[in-house]
Each structure stands twice: as structure tokens, then as C-alpha cells.
Design a protein around this ligand. Structure first.
Ligand code: GRG
Length: 298
């Protein structure tokens, strides 16, 4: 992911204005969480989609970088809130103490809220209105906010909590699992690719093709995540002892078996690639990202 240095520098910029310097704990917590080693999948997808339609890489970056950064801020805050004691109650993320373990639950909630609001501020203030039609910027804001709410990440998280038995036991079906992941994981990936495409200059039909591609890779992403949880890798199935198939959480390997889950990830990715056929070679970066999503090691 060669875009990481640019993305990391800009993410840092979103929180550098500490006031008063070095004592602003909420900014410190935002920075800690943003810089804790994420793969930056969502901003990279956004920029790759923009590049597919823009006249040049430079134009794509200029138009889409603020939105790419905003998407990573939202992703980060969703992880911070997901880790909280009232949610998944995780102490570690990416091998480091979670935000609430390091800064306390109060600050982790507030820093997450800070990231969410700053994300929209970045799209609105930093997207160059002389280069991108303001109606497109509004469309992007509507899509990003829509994918966060009750019909997006928040809704997916709620069904996930219910399925984990947080409000009483219930049987979990493959359809439940698909709904959770469509909203909790895929929705942000769909917004990332669609917004990148819009900012790069795609027309409605092209944006729709991008959405279909991203929905499939979003679901494949989660299947791959479930496989990684069990095996530590998305490859080597059968070589690594299955750790966790009986744990409380319902996962694709648990419902489909490890080989079934791997086959589903490959099927979803191949279907995703089909939606990119009209774009020929211009889609190569997005196709490579689709492969990365199911072959990644973390
Ligand atoms: C966004 C307002 C708002 C609330 C959030 C807590 C919550 C509601 C939603 C949970 C969303 C969640 C944690 C989804 C899981 C998504 C996922 C697969 C995360 C892992 O993504 P990677 O592998 O992470 O891209 P890195 O560590 O690389 O950044």
C-alpha cells in the first residue's frame, strides 16, 4: 500500500492542533487510535476508485484525499467504540492496548465522537470546491453519513450484539450473519469505493457498478476476517489447528466450515471482479485490492 505515508501524514494533521499543547488528552487519544497501525484499506480503496475515473492520479488525490481521510477516521472510531467494555470489551487491538484501556472509557468515547465529527468537517472543508462540484460533495456526505447510521455500521453492530446474546439467546442464521456484515463491514467499503468513484468523475451507472463490486469485497473481507480469527491466516487451511469453532460468536467458518468459508470468500471476490469488467485495465488497482482483501495475513 504505497499510499500509506501520504495517508498517515494527513491523518496526523487532523489532530495536530492541540490546545493547550500536550495537555489535550482527547486529541492525544484520537492520535493514538488513528496511528495505531491500521492497514488503511478504506482510504486506499477510495483513492483507487477515484483514480479509475479521474484524468490523472494527481487530480484523483486532490478530489478524494479529504474523503479518504474521513473514511479512516470513521473506521477508527468504530473500532474504538466496538472495543469498549459495553460492546466487545477488548483489551488489545493490533497488539496494542485499546483506546479505553490506555485513556479510560470516557476519553475513548469522546475521542471517537471527535473523530466522527471531524471526519465530516474534513470532507466539507477540504474537498476543493473549485475542482469538485459542490453537489457531488453533498452526495458524498449523504452517502458517508448514511453508511454510519442505523442502516449501516450502527445497525450492523446492534444485530451483532443481539446475536451474541447480549439481550437474550437467539439462533443465528447465515442470513443474520450476512445482514450484520453487509451493514457492519461492507457498508463502509461500499461508501469508500462509491465516493471515490463520484469524486473521480464517474457517472451514475459507473458508481452503481462500483457499489456492487464493493459490496462483494466487503462481504469477502469479513469472511476472510473470520477465517483469520480461526487460523491466523487466510491460506494454509487444514494445516493450522482450528482454534475457535465452538466459541460464542457465530462466524462463517462455524456456519460453513473452513473450506466452505474459503470457497465463499473466493466466490464473492470473483463475482466482485465481474462488475469491474467494463473498466478494463483502469480497474487493475481495485482488482489487486480485492485479491489483497482475501489473501491478507492480518
Ligand atoms: C460509526 C457512529 C459509529 C458507530 C460505530 C461500534 C460500531 C458502531 C460498529 C462496529 C463496526 C466494526 C467494528 C466493524 C468491523 C469492521 C472490520 C472488519 C474491522 C477490521 O478492519 P481492518 O482489518 O482493520 O481494515 P485495521 O486494523 O487494518 O484498521
Amino acid at each position: 500500500m504505497s499510499k500509506q505515508p501520504v495517508l498517515n501524514a494527513m491523518l496526523l494533521e487532523t489532530v495536530v492542533s492541540r490546545d493547550p499543547p500536550n495537555t489535550d488528552l482527547v486529541s492525544e487519544c484520537m492520535e493514538y487510535s488513528l496511528m495505531a497501525g491500521g492497514k488503511r484499506v478504506r482510504p486506499v480503496l477510495c483513492l483507487a476508485a477515484a483514480e479509475m475515473f479521474a484524468a490523472s492520479k494527481e487530480e484523483a488525490e486532490e478530489a478524494a484525499l479529504p474523503t479518504a481521510i474521513a473514511l479512516e477516521m470513521i473506521h477508527t472510531m468504530s473500532l474504538m467504540h466496538d472495543d469498549l467494555p459495553s460492546m466487545d470489551n477488548d483489551d488489545l487491538r493490533r497488539g496494542k492496548p485499546t483506546s479505553h484501556v490506555k485513556y479510560g472509557e470516557d476519553l475513548a468515547i469522546l475521542a471517537g465522537d471527535g473523530l466522527l465529527s471531524t471526519s465530516f468537517q474534513w470532507i466539507a472543508e477540504k474537498t476543493p470546491q473549485d475542482k469538485v462540484d459542490p453537489s457531488k460533495i453533498l452526495d458524498v456526505i449523504a452517502r458517508v453519513s448514511g453508511c454510519v447510521g442505523a442502516k449501516g455500521l450502527v445497525g450492523g453492530q446492534v444485530l451483532d450484539l443481539l446475536c451474541e446474546g447480549k439481550r437474550g439467546k437467539r439462533d443465528v442464521t447465515v442470513d443474520d450473519l450476512k445482514w450484520i456484515h453487509t451493514h457492519k463491514t461492507a457498508a463502509l467499503l461500499v461508501a469508500s469505493v462509491a465516493c471515490g468513484a463520484i469524486l473521480g468523475g464517474a457517472n451514475e451507472e459507473e458508481v452503481e457498478a462500483c457499489e456492487k463490486f464493493a459490496l462483494n469485497i466487503g462481504l469477502a473481507f469479513q469472511v476472510a476476517d473470520d477465517i483469520l480469527d480461526v487460523t491466523g491466516t487466510t491460506e494454509d487451511l487444514g494445516k493450522t489447528a482450528a482454534k475457535d469453532l465452538d466459541a460464542d460468536k457465530t462466524t462463517y467458518p462455524k456456519l460453513l466450515g473452513l473450506d466452505g468459508a474459503r470457497a465463499e470468500a473466493v466466490r464473492l471476490t470473483e463475482e466482485a471482479k465481474g462488475f469491474m469488467e467494463p473498466f478494463g485495465d483502469r480497474a487493475i488497482p481495485l482488482l489487486a485490492l480485492a485479491d489483497y482483501i482475501i489473501d491478507r495475513k492480518n
